[in-house]
Unconditional design. Sequence first.
Length: 238
Amino acid sequence: LTSSKKAVSGSAVAAVKAANPSNVSTSAAGQLTNGDAVSPEYIQFLRQQQELVKSHCAIDEVIQKCLEITTERRQSHIHGVEEAANLLRTAKESSDWNWKSKFTGDALAQDAGLTVPQDLLKRAEDIPVVTDVQYQQQQLVKLKQAFISDTNPYTAEFKLILENGIRRMERLAKEYSASQTDATPVVRLSDNLLVQLDHVLAQQPLEAILRDVNDSLILLSKKQKECMSSRDKAHEDG
């Protein structure tokens, strides 16, 4: 029995060292048949050894696969970094600008020489849109005719503003009519100013607003003098 146990034990140790579960089962089975039966605990121990070897092999396979995936990802990342560096190098060489020294769009466009040809800014079928410019010019003319006069000193300071506005709107309409551009975005810039100018010119001068109040004050002053005169006469009569 002792020699049989030693043979089985030696076979199990050899199986663990060889990391091959099939060797354990074959050798152990051969030894057990040649000797007396061993205890169930020892058989359970051999089975656990076999399972341990199997688990060890499975772990090795998983680790090997993880290493392969990591290597592939690392190579892909290195390849992407190299391509990005080559692309940046090509862009710098083709446009002759230093990207690290420019952080604004205007500076970048100026340094890189980014210009758009004139023929790409318009199409043959485009027509100029100057309706809003002409309408705003007409509104300025109407404001001048309605509120500005040489006899009205309160609106004289707005005469130069309106005349300059009319001339500039006329120039804009002329320039845009000779192009293929829509002038609507330019006109939107002065819409609020035109509305406010209309409100200001429509206001009555301060003296005109206070004229009625001034007349009332003069009338009250006269009545006050009459009352004082009547009071003084009443004192004299006792």
